[in-house]
Design a protein around this ligand. Structure first.
Ligand SMILES: Nc1ncnc2c1ncn2[C@@H]1O[C@H](COP(=O)(O)OP(=O)(O)O)[C@@H](O)[C@H]1O
Ligand SMILES: [Mg+2]
Length: 452
């Protein structure tokens, strides 16, 4: 439901927005239930001058949001512990099959853009080495545009000059030179103690690709002074790195698995958002009853994004239904009174629980239908639901399902588990080298509503 619709209902912004919290003052109070993690994170930053941090957790649990709020606090010096670090306002998002060189280049670009955004916010001119690098990175493939950069020494003295070749002939060491130059500029010109560079969604890489990447980064990019790398990925990421490559694991300064926040904190989070974003003259409560959104939270492995997505969707259906009803009575809908009453119903009386269930059920039916699942896939989902958690080696449990087509762990994984995971119906978890799958999101609701 768009911000326009919300504003017609008396909300300045969507209280169930699924966007991650960002690096800014207003978002700090919207982060709830992460105090312990906050102390751990800030202390890790305080104890070293550079490092590689891992943030892991299931999708939608709040990794990006947590990091952004920490970044804001550290950048502004409002953190209780830690040091003053420039935020990564641009994250380097990792895509399937990205090569180390591509990731490293987009990390450089993200760093430059983060410096640029910071300067824009505070009306500062963009420092020279960052500016040159931005031009360098925008050169067309095949061009031979090279640049000279300065790496500043301590106290802002000229440390050394480095020559950067064109983008087509750049090496990892060349990229190290660039990042050293920019980070030294962030320290000497912008007065920070370092900068963040964030690799987000690293779970998009296959296991062996992840290993290749981290091995390439380990002795080059991960050792640069004043640079804090944050790697965000799936639950169990640090265990995976440890079993894959002890050498890389030793380089990790700190790792944190973000578990779901507690239900009481989710309730506070929703109340806060309604309070903050609702500007009608009457006091607002959550349009979606607490019983429902906590049920969504508990039945989704703590994926806040999932909870908010369904709350939004239900609100949209309630509004659409009401509009249709009013229209069918021959009244005009584009009418302030209608919006006002509708908004009041949403935040005052709340939509009734049974009505919300009805809408939810319809949403789940529609979504499952739109996935065009084969009967055998539905059968597999149902069985996984009954078993709660399965490993690829459990394939024999599924043999009684009609048309089931797998005769080994590999084929079970390939034909079903990965397919259903890619449709966001299964959650993959790992503990070291052990991988398990369980129902996720809409599949869990479908099971709950007996729709499988
Ligand atoms: N601690 C928290 N308190 C309140 N809301 C949160 C919290 N963490 C995340 N959210 C909200 O949950 C949703 C998903 O968060 P996000 O950071 O994108 O998750 P992830 O990066 O783990 O996939 C967003 O709408 C975000 O605003
Ligand atoms: Mg994220």
């Amino acid at each position: 439901m768009s911000n326009k619709t919300w504003s017609r209902l008396g909300f300045r912004a969507n209280p169930y927005s699924t966007d991650p919290l960002t690096v800014r003052e207003e978002d700090v109070e919207l982060l709830l239930g992460r105090l312990d993690e906050q102390v751990d994170f800030q202390t890790a930053i305080e104890s070293e001058t550079n490092g590689t941090l891992i943030l892991s957790g299931v999708p939608g649990v709040g990794k990006t949001s947590f990091l952004n709020v920490q970044q804001y606090l550290l950048e502004t010096g409002k953190a209780d512990f830690g040091r003053k670090i420039l935020s990564a306002r641009q994250l380097c998002v990792v895509h399937p099959h990205d090569e180390p060189m591509n990731i490293a280049l987009s990390a450089v670009e993200a760093l430059c853009k983060s410096v640029q955004e910071y300067c824009n916010i505070w009306g500062l001119s963009i420092p020279s080495e960052t500016k040159k690098t931005l031009q360098w990175i925008r050169q067309e493939r095949g061009s031979s545009f090279s640049i000279g950069l300065t790496v500043y020494g301590h106290g802002g003295n000229i440390g050394r000059e480095v020559q950067i070749p064109s983008i087509d002939s750049i090496s990892f060491n060349g990229l190290v030179d660039i990042i050293e130059s920019i980070s030294s500029e962030v320290v000497t010109q912008l007065d920070f103690e370092g900068c963040f560079i964030v690799l987000d969604n690293i779970e998009n890489l296959e296991d062996d690709e992840l290993r290749d990447n981290l091995l390439s980064f380990r002795d080059t990019l991960f050792t640069i002074d004043n640079v804090w790398w944050v790697i965000i990925g799936q639950s169990g990421l640090s265990g995976l790195i440890r079993t894959q490559e002890e050498k890389v694991f030793q380089r990790i300064t700190f790792d944190q698995e973000l578990l779901p926040i507690e239900v009481k904190d989710l309730i506070k989070a929703v109340d806060k958002r309604v309070d903050k974003f609702h500007d009608g003259e009457y006091e607002g409560t959550s349009p979606i009853p607490q019983e429902i959104y906590t049920m969504l939270f508990e039945s989704s492995n703590g994926e806040i994004r999932f909870v908010f997505k369904y709350c939004q969707e239900v609100c949209l259906r309630v509004v659409t239904d009401a509009r249709k009803l009013v229209m069918s009575q021959g009244f005009g809908v584009a009418d302030d009174i209608f919006d006002k009453v509708m908004g009041q119903v949403l935040v005052e009386n709340q939509i009734s629980e049974s009505k919300v269930y009805e809408h939810l059920k319809n949403i789940v039916v529609d979504e499952i239908r739109s996935l065009n699942l084969k009967d055998v896939e539905v059968g597999v989902l149902k069985k996984i639901g009954e078993l709660e958690k399965v490993k690829p080696s459990d394939w024999q449990e599924f043999e009684s399902i009609e048309d089931f087509d797998a005769t080994s762990s590999q084929t079970f994984s390939h034909n079903y588990l990965v397919v259903l995971q890619n449709k966001s119906l299964l959650l993959k978890r790992r503990a070291g080298s052990i991988v398990t799958y369980q129902l996720r999101g809409v599949a869990l609701l479908a099971l709950k509503f007996n729709l499988l």
